[in-house]
Design a protein. Sequence first.
Length: 170
Amino acid sequence: MKITAAILTALFLIGGSRASHAQVPAIIGTWKFNVEASKFPGPAPQAEIRSYRLTDSGVLIGVAINIDAQGRPSFLQFAAKPDGNDYPEFDTASAAKYLADGTAPARTYAEIRTDDPRKVHWIDKAGGKILSSGEKWVSKDGKQLSFTVDTKNAQDKQVQYLYVFDRTGP
């Protein structure tokens, strides 16, 4: 009887663990830029690391640390829900301005759910005007994060980037 109870308890705990784990978005974790798998119309960043974490209230916190093609470091951070609303997005310059004089960032970030639980549509705006948008998705095996960036270049011509990242940690 004790063995049966122990087996049932173990099965319940394993099943409960899987159910709660399945609710965690696939993007949660740390990701390293894969330059060879990515596609850029110009020079690619030298390096980029991304981290996504989920708060208890369901807010996704995203941080990207980037070294551009010229070797200049920068960062990007947002905290958003996948509800289509615009949330403030900080970059290196806007964070410094906010810390210096309290000016809120002009940029916003929004995520919109799709029918695929591993994919979202995203939109970046500045002053209410769309700067870029695209889709962000995690591979079925959970080992790669990819996203497109649809934007206009300096000549006002539409361009698309494809970023691919490999999972490096939880």
